[in-house]
Design a protein around this ligand. Structure first.
Ligand SMILES: [Zn+2]
Length: 594
């Protein structure tokens, strides 16, 4: 009998088939020992019992099999029947656990129960990683699974209840369409929307403004007898008429410049792309086996992985200097044994062979540079001192003044380092003294001016990370989601609907505090038995939110307006082949896009 391997996506299943010498069949792969099949995301859906009614809140959480999954599940069931065991090989995160566990629950006919199926964990779709994982079959990580279920529950219950309520409040004409097409208000997307709207500003002004700046600058002075001069903490009294240079002294020291190994957040900050595009590219590189799994918090990796990485980089001459090595890597954090974001040996080879597209290269060359920075040796710095001597009231004083610094290993510099040069000093003459002085300047700004500020997706992801909203696996989806829902436009500017919904969100207090608390409660779910406490808390929160919305005076919240300013109604219609929300104006007798 064979083992059935369930992957998350088709390209991952194809990689497994390649590594296990399995042949393509109709919708799956087969070898003497294995069947391999891809789930293509969540096959089992979540909903609430009683969703058709208007008595809120509703808590009848349940799993169901959507029509769109039937064919796939039937295929998986057939393979399962002909297999001795099943192995979950979905992506290594909460979502991957739930996708895999739900399929096994379905196959064993126990959709209303949790299970802990056999699982393999791998950080890269490379032959080495996959074979290593197959030799190390584990039981699914209960904590990760329970957290996945917690998140699913919270999203379903809060999301569906609030969405339903919005539809009710704004009397949206749903036509014959599904509820999911109406206005939505999720636990993460709502605070994000409010933040975007708060941060987007357009201001027109006519006034001029003078601003005074105080900043430090370095000036070179000839030492005179007009005043005391302070140089790097050394005061030369004004009575001194002559300063003699006695000589120089060097001090050598090392300065760490290596950065930690990169993870998902680093990619989002440092690559100049919208984070969801960065994630798309990373995902595609990952699915071809060229980089490690792109959703990771880890910034440290085992020595054997780094050794192999270093050897491969050296083989293709991709290290900045011979002093760059994995033994320079500074310690980082590790997330459940996951690898950081790294190029794989296969990826480096593909890069060297010129097989990567320009789009791939945006991410891949960043990774190469980033790994170099992590492998960088310390800077060797030589600080130069001038020893000066002067007489004052018959006593002789000697002082040591720092003049500048030299980098002894310029080939190893990975960041921008400012090299100070040593000023020329003539023995016996007054030294030229570099001193720091405060300088005041005035800057005139303003006049007739249009000040405009908007967030790009990177700003949004970075704010979410600071606020601990969402996870590194999901942060990049919210800006595109809000655009798709027409709460913001393609330039991330709020739409009319977005502003109206945001006002309601603010009124009922669905803010970051609640979402962050939920995130931390999800983090604290450590076993499946913790779930009942968590779901009770979600139910209480939902009830509270619903009560607050019901107490809001709807007339206080803006109504929708047609482009001509008439009061309009939101309707859900079939438009250009798609289900969309439109504004219906009774005065104009017309439908308008949002
Ligand atoms: Zn109108």
């Amino acid at each position: 009998m064979k083992t059935l391997i369930i992957c998350e996506k088709d390209p991952a299943a194809e990689k497994f088939a390649e590594f296990l010498n399995a042949d393509p069949r109709n919708g799956f792969w087969e070898s003497p020992d294995y069947y391999i099949v891809a789930a293509r995301g969540h096959l089992i859906g979540t909903t609430l019992k009683g969703l058709r009614g208007w008595n809120l809140p509703i808590f009848g959480f349940r799993w169901y099999v959507p029509k769109s999954s039937l064919e796939k599940l039937e295929l998986i069931r057939q393979l399962y029947t002909n297999s001795s065991n099943v192995l979950i090989a979905t992506d290594w995160d909460r979502e991957g656990e739930v996708i895999g566990e739900r399929i096994v629950a379905y196959l064993t006919g126990k959709l209303n129960k949790y299970c802990l199926p056999d699982r393999i964990y791998f950080s890269a779709l490379t032959k080495t990683e996959v074979l290593r994982a197959l030799n190390n079959v584990m039981c699914m990580n209960e904590t990760l699974l329970a957290q996945g279920h917690a998140r699913n529950y919270a999203d379903t219950v809060i999301g569906l209840n609030l969405t339903k309520l919005l539809t009710k409040i704004y009397k949206i004409d749903l036509g014959y369409n599904e509820l999911s097409q109406a206005l939505s208000m999720g636990r993460v997307q709502s605070p994000v929307l409010s933040y975007i709207i708060k941060s987007t500003s357009v201001r027109f002004r006519l006034d001029s403004k003078i601003e005074n700046f105080e900043h430090e600058t370095v000036r070179t002075f000839i030492h005179t007898d007009e005043c005391d001069i302070e140089v790097e903490g050394v005061t030369i009294p004004q009575d001194v008429s002559e300063v003699e240079l006695e000589g120089y002294e060097d001090e050598e020291f090392e300065q760490e410049q290596a950065v930690h190994l990169p993870n998902t957040d680093d990619a989002f900050w440092e690559i100049h792309l919208d984070p969801h595009i960065t994630m798309e590219i990373m995902e595609s590189l990952y699915l071809r086996g060229f980089i490690t799994y792109p959703r990771t918090r880890s910034t440290s990796a085992p020595d054997y992985v780094l050794k192999e990485l270093e050897d491969t980089l050296r083989q293709y001459d991709l290290l900045q200097s011979p002093n760059f090595t994995h033994s320079n890597v500074v310690s980082g954090t590790s997330e459940a044994g996951k690898l950081p974001l790294l190029p794989t040996p296969e990826g480096i080879k593909a890069y060297a062979d010129g097989l990567l597209s320009k789009r791939d290269l945006v991410v891949f060359t960043w990774l190469l540079a980033r790994v170099n920075k992590a492998f960088a040796p310390p800077l060797k710095i030589k600080r130069k001192y001038a020893i000066i001597k002067y007489n004052l009231q018959g006593n002789q004083f000697t002082e040591k003044i720092a003049w500048g610094e030299d980098i002894e290993n310029p080939d190893d510099v990975v960041g921008g380092v400012l090299l100070s040069t040593l000023p020329e000093v003539q023995p016996g003459k007054y030294p030229i003294v570099r001193i720091k002085i405060k300088k005041k300047t005035a800057d005139v700004t303003g006049g007739s001016k249009n000040e405009f500020y908007r967030l790009d997706d990177k700003d949004i992801v970075s704010w979410m990370s600071l606020e601990k909203l969402g996870t590194e696996a999901t942060r990049q989806i919210y800006a595109p989601l809000l655009r798709e829902r027409k709460y913001i436009d393609e330039a991330n500017l709020p739409t009319q609907v977005g502003e109206v919904v945001s006002k309601l969100i603010t009124k009922i207090g669905l803010d970051t505090t609640l979402t962050v608390e939920m995130e931390s409660r999800i983090e604290n779910v450590s076993s499946l038995s913790d779930l009942s406490g968590f779901t009770q808390w979600v139910n209480d929160v939902t009830t509270e939110l619903i009560n607050r919305v019901q107490n809001v005076d709807v007339s206080e919240i803006d109504v929708f307006k047609c482009p001509k300013g008439h009061k309009a109604q939101l309707v859900n219609r079939f438009w250009n082949g798609k289900q969309v929300l439109l504004l219906k104006c009774g005065v104009c007798n017309k439908l308008y896009p949002i």
